[in-house]
Write a protein that binds this ligand. Structure first.
Ligand code: ADP
Ligand code: VHF
Length: 392
């Protein structure tokens, strides 16, 4: 595994981190921005921009990840409720997104703040060059004193290339811009140990390790416009905290209290080490082109001893990839244990399976005296059983 390029000695457990964050990603859900009938809620956006504006004027750089395009677009299209089919959702998003942006521009301008619309698809973060572009553009906007308002590019995103939820998009954006904190604002004031509609559900104030979630049951969205419910918020918190970014979940109404360090919401501690953006990209965003299957000895070597992957540990290869592409490394049961950049193509690897580097050098020449995946080009994947990608 690569050595993280930034490190903090202890996990960040202090709620004042939010107030002190110099760069922060704030994500707000559809139900907190729209009126439920398919229109933008001006009072809600005014209230949000007041809080975010205060953060900004205290010296923080803020990226706002805003949902609500679809929820703000169905009334103007004459629809009574959120459409279910993709084409109508795309149409509603195209209409709603411009209405949302118009309101953001007006509300933020009352605080002398300019905003910029940044629409991303999952693909923009999957390919390394596009990922670098996204970073460069967001970074420049922030340094120019602009608040980027990010949403998924719903008007063109198809099922295949969709994030589908802005919670994970926000966590990935936080990693892209190397944020100090992620603030998730929803219609619920905290994570509860069960859906909050269940009587006796109790607030969880702090999550310091994934084990704290063992007794927690989460459900779908409680509103007619939200997507993902609490599941995607926990995924987002996991992505961000794993990348060294502490995460706070509360309601839009509690945003100011959260920033003031009050005992509201749920605080997710970062897991100590700050991951390099490259490793976060490899683990969560990069699209893999194939799979390399390895034996138990190789699994131990790369996941426990952090060694490079040698051809001797290979047991199989699937997919179509070139040298330099991202591949998943799976154990003999097909469970993904790592992701990394391969030094060989899918055509070259089958002849190398199980052979020592010396044997390969003798048989194929000195250019085959290389590891399959260098430890600096790999990330170890925890508890992943499903692949996100598909191969022929
Ligand atoms: N364990 C839980 N704790 C808190 N909320 C939960 C839980 N399980 C399900 N939920 C639901 O998740 C909803 C928030 O998700 P969602 O509607 O997608 O919000 P948003 O639109 O803000 O992204 C809450 O309104 C709540 O009904
Ligand atoms: N990109 C979509 C929102 C997707 C989404 O995650 O919504 P939400 O659960 O309200 O944060 C939109 O703008 O309508």
């Amino acid at each position: 595994m690569s050595t993280p390029n930034l490190s903090t000695p202890n996990p960040v457990t202090d709620r004042s981190t939010l107030r002190d964050a110099r760069r922060i990603v704030v994500k707000v859900g559809s139900s907190s921005l729209t009126d439920g009938q398919g229109g933008v809620s001006i009072p809600a956006i005014d209230a949000l921009t007041r809080v975010v504006g205060q953060l900004y004027h205290s010296g923080a750089q803020v990226v706002l990840v805003s949902s609500g395009a679809i929820a703000a677009g169905f009334k103007p299209l004459g629809l009574a409720k959120r459409p279910k089919d993709l084409a109508t959702q795309q149409a509603a998003a195209a209409v709603g997104q411009s209405r949302l942006m118009a309101q953001y521009s007006e509300s933020f301008w009352k605080h002398s703040i300019s905003v910029a619309q940044v629409l991303l698809t999952a693909e923009d973060l999957m390919r390394r060059t596009q990922y670098n572009n996204a970073f460069r553009s967001l970074n420049r906007l922030l340094n120019l004193g602009v608040i980027p308002v990010v949403n998924e590019n719903d008007a063109v995103a198809t099922h295949e290339i969709r994030f589908g939820d802005n919670d994970r998009l926000a966590a990935l954006a936080a990693s892209v811009v190397k944020a100090d904190a992620l603030l998730l604002l929803s219609d619920v004031d905290a994570l509860y140990d069960g859906p909050p509609t269940r009587s006796g559900a109790r607030r969880i104030a702090n999550v310091s390790a994934e084990a704290n979630l063992d007794h927690v049951s989460v459900g779908d969205s409680g509103s007619a416009v939200g997507t993902g419910g609490m599941v995607t918020k926990l995924q987002a918190a996991s992505i961000a905290t794993d990348a060294g970014i502490p995460t706070f979940l509360t309601s839009a109404d509690n945003a100011q209290a959260a920033i003031d360090g009050e005992d509201v919401g749920t605080w997710f501690d970062s897991r100590g080490e700050r991951k390099s953006a490259r490793n976060a990209w490899l683990e969560h965003m990069a699209v893999s082109r194939g799979r390399i299957m390895i034996d138990d000895g190789a699994v131990e070597a790369i996941t426990v001893r952090h060694r490079s992957l040698l051809p001797a540990g290979l047991i199989g290869v699937a997919g179509t990839f070139e040298s330099g592409d991202v591949v998943e490394v799976v154990n003999s049961e097909g469970i993904v244990v790592a992701r990394g950049l391969t030094n060989y193509s899918a055509n070259e690897l089958p002849t190398m399976v199980g052979k020592s580097t010396r044997q390969l050098r003798n048989e194929l020449g000195p250019e085959y005296d290389r590891v399959v995946i260098h430890t600096d080009d790999a990330v170890i994947v925890k508890q992943t059983s499903l692949s996100r990608d598909h191969y022929d």
